[in-house]
Design a protein around this ligand. Structure first.
Ligand code: PEP
Ligand code: MG
Length: 596
């Protein structure tokens, strides 16, 4: 358990050194709040703020857990065999003493009352503080008692995690009495990021990470400002520092002056007003000025994202990253029924609109279990369809669950990371087998469910006839297509400057895929992050793209751009861009497109 540095909490008026850090912007907007430093071990417990009226109930929950551990230790002591070594009894005594000490039995309760932390978080905060104090003790014997404190805390946490949690309030507006928090961590895995959904955090800052890492993608889907690749942030920023995240510029300002704070508050207000204005477009169909209708779909991680997709007026789900149902479960694969319920939930929530469920894309920066990551080069390893074909029972279970959900609405199956014809054929054979198994059991499903391929490996984009012949639709995963074309790890901030969606090679591969799909008469979407970037909307339209899939939060801005676009003017300029191999010419011409 890494220690938080000790510092007075929420110091009143003490001037603190202001500094600015630069990193990679991953999620737009401005967040103003207090830093909450997260140690890696702390990620295993839930962090949220409890509502004022629930504080005493949360205090009681912790008190009950403490009492339960007392009882547990008492039972252990009573059941000690007669011939047990005396150290064992003494060891239990020490733990009982620690548990009764006010530093454990009272201080965390005060933290809940003062800061509204949930019980687990309050306990961990106190333990981290104590650990830091123990680290400074010179006496080795005493210093080693830190381990005993941590063991006692773990016992309490175990009991707490088994008790019903009091739900956190939804994140709301800035409240001076209860400033909102910005998470600062060295790194956060995509699975850990998921636990922050619906919590009262308003922004994220991490030392490492790339713009299109899955952690960044989840932050974007939470629709809160975030910046990654902020080298040194978790050591330079201190607990409770005031922070401004400028998610558009990838800048974090610590302890800003009142003047800077005021400027950012103004910008925050202006952005909120612009968002409100966009809401008016919710029901407007996405049609270009010259009458071409565009399909706007949503990317989701979990079925709970569907209401936001509906709210944004999405025409359906273009990418359901099903692997998020499998992550953060210590490699325990969800059963067929469990998966079916989740897929059905999404299908029902989308009220007849198509739901494109991507089969398990596990591996690379989305391991089933963080501790099991062993491949030297996981992005090039047993990832996505490669993993599924190597684990046919897991794949078949998922396919049956998806097919069962297809009886409740329009479902499409999307296969990630295909490169070889035999992978396509084997995937289709597995789908046929899953159908046969369901048929045998008399279970209903849509026999005509469409099956599509993600085009995200350059080899796929260069061998499109192999795909269009076998598949019902294509979806371009630009995040990986860029990673694999330019040979840069999308998670590695040290090569983040090489991650360029406008590289001529990337543009050629995208354009070729759109053209080949349309020639074959099948739908082509872009579901990578390029689809939600308004600066690229016109370029993609000019390339012939008619289906965009993105986070619900990006949908209305993209729609606005489409409504203001005239394909007749965009197309010739796009052709000019596609003829160029000069990055500067391309970048300038893309900028020009936005002014047309
Ligand atoms: C992509 O690669 O563009 C994509 C949409 O898939 P993911 O980001 O989940 O790898
Ligand atoms: Mg991908």
């Amino acid at each position: 358990m890494a220690a938080e540095r000790s510092r007075p909490r929420f110091p009143a008026g003490a001037p603190m050194a202001s500094f600015t850090l630069h990193g990679i912007p991953v999620s737009r907007g401005i967040a103003i709040g207090r830093a909450h430093l997260l140690a890696p071990a702390a990620l295993d417990v839930k962090h949220y703020l409890v509502a004022e009226e629930q504080v005493e109930a949360e205090v009681a929950r912790l008190q009950q857990a403490l009492a339960a551990v007392h009882k547990e230790l008492q039972t252990l002591w009573n059941e000690l065999p007669k011939d047990a070594p005396t150290e064992l009894g003494a060891f239990i005594d020490v733990h009982a003493l620690i548990l009764s000490d006010p530093m454990i039995s009272e201080a965390p309760l005060d933290i809940i009352r003062a800061r509204h932390y949930n019980a687990e978080w309050a306990l961990l905060t106190q333990i981290d503080e104590l650990s830091a104090q123990f680290d400074e003790i010179e006496d080795l014997y005493l210093r080693e008692r830190k381990a005993d404190i941590q063991q006692v805390a773990e016992r309490v946490l175990k009991v707490l995690m088994g008790t019903e949690q009091i739900l956190p309030p939804k994140a709301g507006g800035e409240d001076e009495a209860q400033p909102q928090m910005i998470i600062v961590a060295h790194d956060i895995s995509p699975a850990d990021m998921l636990q922050f959904r619906d919590r009262s955090f308003i922004g994220f800052v991490t030392d490492v990470g790339g713009q299109n890492s899955h952690t960044a993608i989840v932050a974007r889907s939470l629709d809160i400002p975030a910046a990654v690749g902020m080298s040194g942030a978790s050591t330079l920023i201190e607990q409770d520092d005031w922070l401004i995240i400028d998610g558009d510029a990838g800048v974090v300002i610590a302890n800003p002056s009142p003047l800077v704070l005021e400027q950012y508050r103004e910008r925050q207000g202006a952005a909120a007003r612009a968002r409100k204005k966009l809401q008016k477009l919710k029901k407007t169909p996405a049609i270009t000025k010259d009458g071409v209708e565009i399909t706007l779909l949503a990317n989701i991680e979990l079925p709970d994202d569907c209401p936001a997709a509906m709210e944004a007026g999405a025409n359906g789900v273009g990418l359901f990253r099903s692997e998020f149902l499998f992550m953060g479960r210590n490699s325990k694969i969800p059963s067929e029924d469990e998966q079916f319920e989740q897929y059905k939930k999404a299908v029902v929530a989308m009220k007849g609109r198509p739901v494109t469920i991507r089969t398990l894309d596990i591996g690379a920066d989305k391991p089933l279990d963080q501790s099991e990551q062993t491949a030297l080069n996981p992005a090039l390893g047993l990832r996505a369809i490669r993993y599924c074909l190597a684990e046919p029972q897991i794949f078949l279970t998922q396919l049956r669950a998806i097919l069962r959900a297809s009886a409740f609405g329009k479902v499409r199956i999307l296969i990630p990371m295909l490169a070889h014809a035999f992978e396509i054929d084997q995937s289709l054979a597995m789908i046929a087998q899953a159908k046969a198994e369901l048929r045998e059991l008399g279970v209903k499903f849509d026999n005509d469910v469409d099956v599509g391929a993600m085009i995200e490996i350059p080899a796929a984009a260069l061998a499109l006839p192999m795909f269009v012949k076998r598949m019902d639709f294509l979806s371009i995963g630009t995040n990986d297509l860029i990673q694999y074309t330019l040979a840069i790890d999308r998670v590695d901030y040290e090569v983040a400057h090489l991650y360029n969606p406008l590289h001529p090679a990337v543009l050629q591969l995208i354009s070729m895929t759109i053209a080949a799909g349309h020639k074959a008469g099948i739908d082509v979407a872009v579901c990578g992050e390029m689809a939600g970037d308004v600066k690229l909307t016109r370029l993609l339209l000019g390339m012939g793209l008619r289906e965009f899939s993105m986070h619900p939060a990006q949908l209305l801005s993209v729609k606005q751009e489409i409504l203001n676009s005239d394909l007749a003017r965009i197309m010739p300029q796009t052709r000019k861009i596609m003829r160029s191999m000069e990055p500067n010419v391309i970048a300038d011409a893309v900028e020009q497109l936005q002014l047309m």
